[in-house]
Design a protein around this ligand. Structure first.
Ligand code: SGN
Ligand code: CA
Length: 517
């Protein structure tokens, strides 16, 4: 399955030098890779996947001109781990980066940027990195420290300096990326540029220019907003509920001097970064909402639904500037004749809950957070368009990019190149199950450790550590994963098959855990 499509990246040039001048040879130029990864951007908030809530015309441009993966997933729904899976093409236990809180990325291991660079590509990353150690394998990098700041953020430069920039982070990351593309890269070489946004990460602080958007919109409540978590003790134990855990001041900006909350000081430190003009625009927008909120003083379900609406609005505004900035990048490629020769990828480090099960955040192997959006605009030589339904995972990106560049895919890579799908093929032997493993517990949001397998129709999950609990979902009849069927005798043979599949995947990936059969 690890097929190669093209001759190694730069061999086209050496080939050309062997042929005589009177016989022109149409050699294919090496392809560029432009990878845009956002943070916590979920498919429910991207109109090419789901048009219930908002419009994202620039992201839709990528999908409409290219392909949309309709079954795209991560291996471990958390930022650092997802980034490590993406860079190495390996599951967390194999790349060593299990969680955001205890791990440092081992930069001596193989990553696709390192391999592309040795093959003659110019490689660069701008924006969120979140792997504790500094980037390696890049000709150019400029990253934000940790989670970074939306307003007037710090960047760490390649010389090790910390510099402050004035402005809104999503714009600044795009500015720096375009500057590298336009002025700094070697135009003789193919490039691989990774643009990693902080947006739309918590606490969803929009650009002042977008604050007025969506204020009149009333978002539909998900049908399982008031989930009772029956027969799902790990789901009941989480701390990511909009009603219980979402902070009125930090998350929803209801800051007033006579009010307090658990995360008030964190909010104040973010607000404190703004310059006077930004603060004035911010206050002009939020002050009347704050006054009205404390006057109305909603309680119970009214409060939960008020919080949901505010959350949706702030998230949607933050997506808006992201969408516009993706548009700037597409326009740049188009006006510089680069679109035809560049693979443009848009994805996120994982999905997110927009009120489903009553939640925000991610982590669980349930659909909204195990999924991640994945759309691609293909170079001209590929004619494929539309939807790709096969099961794909973020460990597949590394072998895909290597395959696209004609670089040999090392044996240790666990993902599968998506090139056959990109070429429009329908391989019979495509994977039938995806392995997932979440480790960060005990930790913020208190999502218990779990692993499992997802097939086209079913999902089997084992929660472990301070709990021993299995769940089974039939995604065809219960897409919202409300009905745990584990233990139901009618599904005994399905559980047996799924445990076999899980065992096989764990063995294939060299996982230290092996499900008992
Ligand atoms: C921060 C957030 C969490 C979030 C993690 C991980 N808390 O700690 O809500 O789950 O990041 O997110 S906050 O109070 O600092 O906003 S991740 O996408 O980076 O993995
Ligand atoms: Ca994230």
């Amino acid at each position: 399955m690890k097929s190669q499509l093209f001759t190694p990246a730069l061999s086209a040039m050496s080939l050309l030098s062997l042929v005589s001048c009177d016989k022109p040879v149409q050699e294919e130029k090496p392809l560029n890779i432009l990878y845009i990864m956002t943070d916590d951007h979920t498919a429910q908030m991207m109109s090419c996947y789901d048009n219930r809530h908002i419009e994202t015309p620039n992201l839709d441009r990528i999908a409409n001109d290219g392909i949309r993966f309709t079954n795209s997933f991560v291996a471990n729904s958390l930022s650092g781990p997802s980034r490590a899976c993406m860079l190495t093409g390996k599951h967390s236990h194999a790349n060593g980066f299990y969680d955001n809180t205890t791990c440092v990325f081992d930069t001596t291991q193989l990553t696709f940027p390192k391999l592309l660079r040795s093959a003659g590509y110019e490689t660069a990353v701008v924006g969120k990195w979140h792997l504790e150690s500094l980037p390696s394998g890049f000709d150019f990098w400029e990253i934000i420290p940790g989670q970074g700041d939306y307003y007037n953020p710090a960047f760490i430069t390649q010389t090790g300096d910390r510099i402050l920039k004035e402005g809104y982070l999503t714009n600044l990351i795009t500015d720096r990326s375009l500057q590298w593309l336009d002025e700094e890269r070697d135009p003789e070489k193919p490039f691989c540029l990774l643009i990693h946004h902080k947006a739309i990460h918590r606490n969803w602080m929009a650009d002042t220019t977008h604050l007025a958007l969506y204020e009149d919109k009333v978002f539909d409540l998900p049908e399982n907003f008031y989930d009772d978590y029956a027969n799902r003790p790990a789901a009941a134990a989480q701390e990511m509920s909009i009603a219980k855990d979402m902070d009125l001041i930090y998350d929803l900006k209801m800051n007033r001097s006579d009010k307090d909350s658990r995360l008030k000081s964190l909010y104040q430190s973010f607000y404190g970064r703004m310059n006077p003009a930004q603060k004035a625009a911010w206050d002009r927008h939020y002050d009347p909402i704050i006054e009205d909120f404390y006057k109305q003083n909603p309680q119970g379900k009214d409060l939960a639904e008020w919080k949901y609406q505010r959350y949706m609005r702030d998230y949607a505004k933050t997506v808006k500037s992201l969408d516009e900035n993706v548009g700037r990048v597409l326009d740049y490629l188009e006006s510089h004749d680069l679109l035809d020769n560049t693979l443009v990828v848009y994805t996120s480090d994982q999905g997110f809950y927009m009120g489903e099960h009553g939640w925000f955040d991610k982590r669980f192997m349930y659909e909204e957070s195990m999924r991640t959006p994945l759309v691609m605009r293909l170079p001209d030589r590929f004619k494929t368009k539309g939807d790709i339904p096969q099961l794909v995972q973020n460990i597949d990106y590394a072998p895909t990019f290597l395959g696209l560049a004609g670089v040999e895919i090392p044996e240790e890579i666990q993902g599968i190149s998506l090139l056959p799908l990109i070429r429009g093929e329908k391989p019979d032997d495509w994977r039938k199950g995806l392995y997932y493993h979440f480790y960060e517990y005990p930790a913020e949001h208190m999502v218990k450790r779990h692993y499992g397998v997802r097939t086209e129709r079913f999902k089997l999950i084992r929660f472990y550590n301070d709990i021993e609990h299995w769940e089974l979902y039939d995604l065809a009849s219960d897409p919202n994963e409300m009905k745990n069927l584990y233990g139901n005798p009618e599904y005994a043979s399905i559980v047996r098959d799924l445990k076999n599949e899980l065992h096989t995947l764990q063995k294939e990936y060299g996982s230290p855990e092996l499900t008992q059969l």
